[in-house]
Design a binder for this molecule. Structure first.
Ligand SMILES: Cc1ncc(COP(=O)(O)O)c(C=O)c1O
Length: 461
């Protein structure tokens, strides 16, 4: 007999994963290594060690070990807000009158309001373990900075956050949450770093981007004794930590005999999507099961759907290593879309490789249709979603409506990465009809592509 599926599936603490899953171990085509922009050779552990903590460098370079044990202290911290519920969206299904079965993994159930805490505590733990004084970072929407400031205060580490200027202005309360947890918060680009001053002189009045903020944070980390830089997305290590999302989801689904047909996530730098899909992708890569994976990105910052696959700088200031990824060019500054966490020019090398090899699809969606989906979801499921997460909601609803037309009873799983309580200015603009849908023209994108480094083997097709 089929098991009755509850509205919310919560695992027991004892059922929580004790290891992260490293999808790279199952990839035949491994993600391309980071390159030193000076020598164009793969970055060595020693070179990476000047920017990142030692243990995280090991994780970054580890393409082989399928499982990495989660240190006990991190497992204990996870228990403050995990396991995260896997929710059956019965109310949304009813509202849409769809035969599809919709599930979402809700990661917003902690003060930082998003999945970012899963990697923040891991990165802060390894920094502390190495005896460092503090860490620097960038934040877009503010969720990553908030998560990191929580993790750092828990471990008594200093935390310096560069926050993308438009978010800093749109979300003053998020800034105050970070300060409550003891972090210092600087709007980026700022006058406090050499690279910030350069960007400001070249683009006066810029509202900033994640790429600018990364450059500033790296500069401060590499010029301050006892500090390292930590990044909230994109890197292999971050996807590894975020695999906790997919592992928990898979355990819960297996327990109830549920098999998703479609798995959907929003994609900024790729960490939540990478984490959610990892164990399912592992099965697909090993030929054990098949799933349809969909990455959803803003039409205003379409790195997968309109970007090129090439080596590019991870940051606007061109101080970071080169990563092979789908990119719009590190000089591309997206319009001030309200999903600040998705305003990144590139995409995780792991996801880029999987997308390039045809294991995953991507869609881009416009801002107003995101907010329409967010509102529809909030009204029936109760949770007020973050604009970033609402990209996944949009496509989940679209897929459920397709099922309504065809009568198919597909099982749809999506990642609900966070809550939108600090995004009410954006909701207000939407309600007042003041939200625009800016989509870059091909000519706009070409400007970004022109800045991609040129060297043999890195030709843009
Ligand atoms: C709520 C939320 N969802 C999704 C993202 C996108 O990041 P990623 O692609 O790394 O998951 C962010 C980034 O700030 C976020 O705050």
């Amino acid at each position: 007999m089929e098991k009755k599926i509850p509205y919310k599936i919560y695992l027991e603490e004892s059922e929580m994963p004790k290891e992260w899953y490293n999808v790279r171990a199952d990839m035949t085509n491994k993600p391309a290594p980071l390159l030193n922009p000076g020598t164009l050779k793969p970055m060595t552990a020693e070179e990476l060690g000047t920017v990142f903590c030692e243990e995280l460098v090991k994780q970054e370079l580890d393409n082989d070990n399928r499982y990495i044990p989660i240190p006990q202290k991190i497992q204990d911290f996870y228990k403050m807000y995990r396991p995260a519920p896997l929710v059956r969206a019965y109310c949304l299904e009813e509202k849409l009158q769809t035969p599809a079965k919709i599930y979402y993994k809700f990661e917003g159930n902690n003060t930082s309001g998003s999945h970012k805490l899963n990697s923040a505590i891991a990165q802060a733990f390894y920094a502390k373990d190495q005896g460092l004084k503090g860490v620097t970072t960038e934040t877009g929407a503010g969720q990553w900075g908030t998560a990191l400031s929580m993790a750092c205060s828990y471990l008594d580490l200093d935390c310096k956050v560069f926050m993308v200027k438009c978010s800093y202005e749109q979300k003053p309360f998020r800034r105050e949450v970070m300060r409550t947890y003891g972090a210092s918060v600087t709007p980026s680009p700022s006058e406090t770093t050499e690279i910030g001053r350069k960007i400001l002189s070249e683009h006066p009045g810029t509202s900033g981007s994640l790429g600018c903020a990364i450059s500033e944070a790296v500069e401060v980390a590499t010029h301050t004794d006892g500090y390292r830089y930590v990044l909230g997305s994109v890197l292999n290590q971050v996807l590894l930590h975020q695999s906790i999302i997919g592992m928990e989801t898979k355990i819960a689904m297996d327990k109830y005999g549920i098999k998703p047909d479609i798995i959907i996530g929003c994609a900024g730098g790729g960490s939540n999507l990478g984490g959610l899909i990892s164990p399912f992708m592992g099965e697909k890569l090993r030929g054990e099961a098949d799933y349809q994976f969909i990455a959803v990105e803003p039409a205003s910052c379409p790195s997968l759907t309109r970007g090129v696959y090439a080596y590019d700088f991870c940051d606007t200031g061109m101080v970071c290593p080169l990563a092979k990824m789908y990119t719009l060019g590190s000089g591309f500054i997206p319009s001030p879309n309200h999903a600040g966490g998705l305003r990144y020019h590139g995409m995780s090398s792991i996801l880029s490789q999987l997308y390039h090899d045809g294991y995953m699809e991507a869609r881009s969606v416009e801002q107003t249709s995101i907010f329409a989906a967010a509102e529809q979801f909030a009204r029936v499921e109760g949770i007020l979603p973050a604009p970033e997460s609402s990209h996944a909601i949009r496509v989940a609803i679209d897929e459920a409506m397709k099922c309504k037309e065809t009568g198919e009873e597909k099982t749809i799983l999506f990642g609900l990465t966070g809550t939108g309580y600090f995004d009410m200015v954006a909701y207000e603009k939407y309600h007042n009809g003041q939200m625009s849908d800016y989509i870059p023209t091909d000519a706009d994108l070409q400007i970004g592509f022109d800045g991609i480094p040129k060297f043999p083997g890195n030709e843009i097709k």
